[in-house]
Design a protein around this ligand. Sequence first.
Ligand SMILES: [Zn+2]
Length: 288
Amino acid sequence: MNLYVGFTGSPLDRIEPVRRDAEALATLAANPAALLLEMEDYVPRVANGGLAWRPFTPLPPEQILLLGLIEGIPRFARIDPEAVAAKRTPELMALLDNLSTGEAGTYATARSVLDWHARHRFCANCGASSQPHHAGWARLCPSCGTEHYPRTDPVVIMLAEYDGRVLVGRQPGFAPGRYSALAGFVEVGESIEEAVARELREEAGVIATSVRYVASQPWPFPSQLMIACIATLADDVVTLDLAELEDAKWVNRDQVAAALAGDADAIFGAPPRYAIANSLFRAWLAEG
Ligand SMILES: [Zn+2]
């Protein structure tokens, strides 16, 4: 099936070699067709249903983030040296919900890198102030010479399946009625499958007998890689960790379909379309 996954499918050609080539970068920056992504406080301006861009005008090198090419046209964003870490607001999420997944993907790339700069101003090795480097895709410490790169934190998100039903859980901060797939950060030294099994055991006390990968998604709040899986369980006996989840329940395909359709009598509210949990539910339905 052709699975819809939010924040994927950006048309950006990232032209990675140009980031390390000052001459090629200067040529792109001098291109009269070059464009700058319009953002204010990490919120993109939207025009005609897509991201808004304006003509790129010269910036100091340490403020340049080269996003890449779209339709052969150089695309940039500005690294604001005064910026503070980004926040996520309901208004922003509503705005992103109305963008195509590819447009949201381009925004996600820019946001995650810009937010990383705001959160990583100092060298983790020696503590000196560092500077953007490689067209905004790294930071360089002038004191000890260490290069630092934007981080991506892997998170597993999984449906636990037993006998035609899946387990959905509810975290305390969720919108009223919302249930979703269980999730957790992959720890150092773990495989994806091991992280899925551990999280299911810790949060719901269930034992996974097999784990299969479904899809992945960059999640720019601030910079996770969401790895969606379906786990098969040994049985359906749940022991909740109430510090992680306030409730969990078993739902069948009809109940998931009703939730995804937004039916008034659905027994839970599904996650929004841009969240990979939504894609995961759709993938599971398609299997049935
Ligand atoms: Zn240093």
